[in-house]
Design a binder for this molecule. Structure first.
Ligand SMILES: Cc1cc2nc3c(=O)[nH]c(=O)nc-3n(C[C@H](O)[C@H](O)[C@H](O)COP(=O)(O)OP(=O)(O)OC[C@H]3O[C@@H](n4cnc5c(N)ncnc54)[C@H](O)[C@@H]3O)c2cc1C
Ligand code: FES
Length: 338
């Protein structure tokens, strides 16, 4: 009663936001530019942080212009076997019009408190070390792989990385140091001059690619081509992929969307996720990965129908039905309980 309307924990948050038992937070301790549009953010997680496995990502919530936005970022620091100061790093590439990425790369300052979830994701190295490894990455897709490279050494590692130009290659100096130390064989593809990597070139670049356990992360075009190529050669079980965005394969007619708790109604097309529609309308929408894997966005569907953009499957409202707003679009008029 003494602290009403705030809870005692709210006062504790002011003096000790990273304490054990508090909602998991982190404090930005430094921001290191990597390229013209990418930066590494050093974060000190609070006491409840359970540690990550190389290759995993963390969901992070940050206030941008007064609105809390959640996004997922791969952890680029090695596990705490090797980084013993308890800090983690993420490395963010600012994308055009990207709210969180631009904020983190260009405006985040040391001392900023952020919200964190426990790390998660199955784009990780196996317990038993494979004899030969291939990392196939492009752009910011290098981030989970850098977490792996910094954590675990293999006898035989090849990497093919694509970026527009040499100065766009994130972690370039560190990669070249690994090459000098004979810990990595690296092919850089500079797409402004070389064009996009044609997956058929693998035979020439890495003749034994079918024998290699492969981790691939990059834009949908690269990953779609890789998945088809590995499947065509019958070695799909050797390929592990991580996507930063969902593959939208099916769209249809949209409809009028009502956010009944907020009292807003907007017209939506059949291709835009309801998460984006809600945020655009100023509705407070929970979110996380924004690509259908973390379930941080699930919301009751009160009436109407929505379409899963990955499969085309229609979900109709029934008592207790939850939808993932990040991969669902309106399929006619609907009411979302937000
Ligand atoms: C598992 C996972 C790990 C990730 N790890 C990293 C990481 O290590 N480093 C990193 O920089 N990003 C990473 N991402 C992407 C990150 O979560 C955000 O999607 C990205 O930073 C864009 O957020 P934003 O708020 O800046 O853009 P938004 O404001 O959400 O979007 C702005 C515009 O850009 C488009 N857009 C959204 N995301 C992307 C994208 N990834 N590429 C191109 N266009 C996009 C949107 O459709 C929209 O038109 C990861 C995503 C996932 C799911
Ligand atoms: S935000 Fe992760 S599943 Fe929708």
């Amino acid at each position: 009663m003494v602290t009403t309307p705030l809870l005692p924990s709210d006062y504790l948050d002011l003096v000790s936001p990273l304490r054990a038992g508090a909602d998991l937070r982190g404090r930005i301790e430094a921001v290191h530019p990597e390229t013209g549009d990418a930066a590494t953010i050093v974060i000190k997680p609070g006491r409840g942080w359970r540690g990550h496995t190389a290759g995993q990502y963390v969901r992070l919530g940050i206030d941008v212009d007064g609105v809390r936005l959640w996004r997922a970022y791969s952890i680029t620091s090695p596990t705490n076997r090797y980084r013993q100061d308890g800090r983690i790093t993420i490395t963010v590439k600012a994308i055009p019009d990207g709210k969180v990425s631009n904020h983190l790369v260009r405006r985040a300052r040391p001392g900023t408190l952020i919200h964190l979830d426990q790390p998660t994701g199955d784009f990780v190295l196996p317990q038993a070390k494979p004899a030969k490894v291939l990392y196939l990455t492009a752009g910011s897709g290098i981030t989970p792989v850098m977490g792996m490279l910094r954590d675990t050494e293999f006898d035989d590692v090849v990497m093919i990385h694509s970026a527009p130009q040499p100065h766009d290659v994130i972690f370039r100096d560190e990669l070249h140091d690994l090459v000098t130390d004979k810990k990595l064989r690296l092919t850089e593809v500079h797409t402004d001059t070389d064009g996009m990597l044609d997956i058929a070139r693998l035979d020439e670049l890495v003749p034994d690619w079918t024998e290699r356990e492969t981790w691939a992360c990059g834009p949908a075009g690269l990953l779609d081509a890789a998945e088809k190529h590995w499947a065509d050669y019958g070695v799909q079980e050797r390929l592990h992929t991580e996507r930063f965005r969902p593959s939208v394969v099916v769209t249809g007619d949209g409809g009028e969307v009502t956010f009944s708790a907020t009292g807003k109604t907007v017209d939506a097309d059949g291709a835009t996720p309801l998460l984006d529609i809600g945020e655009e309308a100023g509705v407070l929408m929970p979110s996380g990965c924004r690509m259908g894997i973390c379930f941080g966005c699930v919301t009751p569907l009160k009436t109407g129908a929505v379409r899963d953009l990955r499969t085309g499957e229609i979900t109709e409202a029934e008592p207790g039905v939850l939808i993932q707003t990040c991969v669902s679009a309106a399929a006619g008029p609907c009411d979302i309980e937000r």
